[in-house]
Design a protein around this ligand. Sequence first.
Ligand code: SF4
Ligand code: SF4
Length: 250
Amino acid sequence: MTELLANIPTQVISLVTIVALFALLWLLLTRTVLGRGFSVPLRTMLRPVETHEYPEKPRPVQPRFHGRHQLNRYADGLEKCIGCELCAWACPADAIYVQGADNTLESRYSPGERYAEDYQINYNRCILCGLCIEACPTRALTMTHDYEFSADSRQKLIYTKEQLLAEVPEGGEDTPHTDREVRERGLNYYGGLAVTPPTLHGGKYRSAAAAPSARAGTVVPSGELPPSGDAPHDPAAVGGQVRPDTGGES
Ligand code: SF4
Ligand code: SF4
């Protein structure tokens, strides 16, 4: 027997030994409780890493992700919100509070007759469903990709208008504007000057002013400016357009 073993080449003995070791290891991993336990980390070690370095490197969300809301502005800084409360009525969680007020000659916040004097979203209630942004007639309200807004008190989760309002676009001015300033710009805010996209691009908010609009180039402002101290004109006539039901009076 010893003589027979001595005649077997060393390579064959090595091969048989390796195969035997692998077989033993396989039996250990599949047939014993300890082995089955160790097989889990051993298998996981060979898989691609699923751990993400949050918050240092947050994962990008899907393009249509619904995150924190944003109240948008026009290119000149005027607010798009006209205080109509449609968003509040559409909200199934009763999370939105809007207090509308009238724009005046010397204090104009939005191109419409009204603006949102107070605007709050209660994120204790909000389920980020997006029904409110669907209801908004002016695209004043959109949702961003920001989901990092947890807080240590319920009060801090009630966002105010100041927190929700978008930054003033470059070249624009913060509200309020005077009525005359707005008319002098000759912009037609209802012509689709800028459509605010609902998402962030590269982690940065995209301002309404920078957003593309197919109709922007076709809206030609016209109309005479009213003399100073004139009675308040219909805000719907900004840019020279008048409502048909007013018989041409502004
Ligand atoms: S996302 Fe849904 S729940 Fe949240 S404020 Fe809008 S409508 Fe209400
Ligand atoms: S956000 Fe839109 S729907 Fe809500 S009050 Fe303002 S304009 Fe109306």
